[in-house]
Write a protein that binds this ligand. Structure first.
Ligand code: PEP
Length: 258
């Protein structure tokens, strides 16, 4: 089975509203200028909650070759959860993807695998696709426990999700020490863990599910390293932070195949 590569730009808490509007317009036209073919790679933008509606209006109105998503979701359905945003709200804004379990949420908001699992299930319940993030800190890698640690996270994050849903979701392996640091895991390092994740999915489910699930690498991906990373058999895309804020750079990443 061939998996469509997926490049997702996580804007994090960057850009004011006008700059976000400008970014999506510039990115859309840069992709068109480069003859980007959406059948070759999926290009996803993941703005802050406050920009999602404007991104939706621009993408739909100007027919930009992009889909969009959210950086987080509430594990609760609705009600008295001040500051949270529900799955129904995100689905109503046309979000296709929701990032769950980003290391910055795990670290600064003490998100556990149990919560990440609940958020992934809530995303699926509302007809969207979770991008489940996992990955080790530097001390874990130095101790040689990175595969064990990351596979353990993914097993916990997928608990109770059935194989048909797992086959459609996205897993992002992001070694924490490579996020926003300019330090990239080598393509071989990334492949080692992405391969182990796919094997774990096969053990938990079956071979067709493992064949279908898309696994991204994230951690200082840029135009200069994306081709080598995408050359690895178990890497199906990238979750991109810094470089996704620059339309030219993200366009190069999305069109890595050219
Ligand atoms: C990320 O935020 O998930 C990320 C990988 O960031 P960067 O590309 O800036 O390292």
């Amino acid at each position: 089975m061939s998996r469509t590569p997926i490049m997702a730009g996580n804007w994090k808490m960057n850009k004011d509203h006008l700059a976000a509007v400008q970014l999506v317009q510039d990115l859309g036209s840069a992709l068109v200028d480069k003859d980007y073919d959406p059948a070759s790679t999926e290009a996803v933008v993941i703005p802050p909650f406050t920009d999602i509606r404007s991104v939706q209006v621009l993408v739909e109105g100007d027919k930009l070759p992009l889909v969009w998503g959210a950086q987080d979701i509430s594990a609760n359905e609705d009600g008295a959860y001040t500051g949270e945003v529900s799955g129904a709200m995100l689905a109503a804004l046309g979000c296709s993807y929701v990032v769950v379990g980003h290391s910055e949420r795990r670290e600064y908001h003490a998100e556990s695998d149990e919560l990440v699992n609940a958020k992934a299930k809530k995303t699926i319940e509302h007809g969207m696709t979770p991008i489940i993030c996992c990955g080790e800190a530097l001390d874990v890698r130095k101790a040689g426990k990175h595969v064990e640690h990351t596979v353990g996270q993914i097993k916990a994050d997928l608990a109770g999700i059935d194989s048909a849903d797992v086959a459609k979701l996205v897993i992002a392996y992001e070694p924490i020490w490579a996020i926003g640091t300019g330090e990239t895991a080598t393509a071989d390092d990334a492949q080692e863990v992405c391969g182990a994740i796919r094997k774990a999915v096969e053990e938990l489910y079956d071979a067709p599910t493992a064949e279908a699930v898309r696994i991204q690498y994230g951690g200082s991906v840029k135009a200069g390293n994306v081709v080598e990373i995408m050359g690895k058999p178990d890497i199906d895309g990238a979750l991109v932070g810094g470089a996704s804020l620059k339309p030219g750079d993200f366009t190069e990443i999305v069109t890595f195949y050219q």
